[in-house]
Design a protein around this ligand. Sequence first.
Ligand SMILES: NC(=O)c1ccc[n+]([C@@H]2O[C@H](COP(=O)([O-])OP(=O)(O)OC[C@H]3O[C@@H](n4cnc5c(N)ncnc54)[C@H](OP(=O)(O)O)[C@@H]3O)[C@@H](O)[C@H]2O)c1
Length: 249
Amino acid sequence: MMSNNITGKVVVITGASSGLGEAAARHLAAEGAKVVLGARRADRLGALVSEITSAGGEALAVATDVTVLADVQALVDAAVETFGRIDVLINNAGLMPLSPIESLKVDEWDRMIDVNIRGVLHGIAAALPHMKTQKSGQIITTSSVAGHLVFPASAVYSGTKYAVRAICEGLRQEVKPYNIRTTTLCPGAVKTELLDHISDVEVKAANSDYVGQVGIPANSFARMAAFAIGQPEDVDVNEIIFRPTAQLL
Ligand SMILES: NC(=O)c1ccc[n+]([C@@H]2O[C@H](COP(=O)([O-])OP(=O)(O)OC[C@H]3O[C@@H](n4cnc5c(N)ncnc54)[C@H](OP(=O)(O)O)[C@@H]3O)[C@@H](O)[C@H]2O)c1
């Protein structure tokens, strides 16, 4: 049988309690990966672990707040202690409380910077030492179409998603000596819980209408992650942008 280059890999996923991360966990476990799931809502992670293990897969959950470096280190360390290594980190946790800058929702800006940027850096800090020692690994980060363009009320969110693209391109160049692959995934509108945290009523309504109309299922992201992981080890898929066929910008 041809290897899918996913079976047996230890894959750590942040933001695995809903949306894209949850779909990736389910899909990669079905492809034979050992998935290690991080997010704050431990009950949701526990239910997903039960579902995956009942289906014959291997999964582990660790309650994790990605803004706390020690939490992310504990998540990665649990993967290494339980399964012996970490092959893939999917730096996926994020939030998108869109609003116009003049609304000055500074707390929400800070929160996006903490989770979307600092959380990704914590993931890199936790995984890189192990991957350097192994001389193999793959760091996947969820950016966005909003990491390539700015739309009304997206200035700060887009800023965080541009930032992680820059960080991951720098990482890509620097980890050549260690045989580590780096992949940035940039989804367009996907139906998840992402819009739930928009506090601006009008912005939330406009985005909910749009995503409701054109949004595609979270499994689309899971297939992109599987494609990037499943390539032969000498092939590094650096970035994938994907949108609903119906999405204009
Ligand atoms: N859906 C889209 O259209 C779309 C498009 C482009 C990019 N993205 C990006 O995709 C990623 C996943 O979002 P989603 O669409 O799947 O939204 P979602 O359903 O709201 O999922 C967000 C995930 O992030 C986790 N999270 C939030 N804050 C966290 C923290 N401090 N520590 C640990 N985990 C945290 C949440 O878990 P807990 O609340 O349990 O901690 C949840 O599992 C985000 O980076 C988002 O920016 C989404």
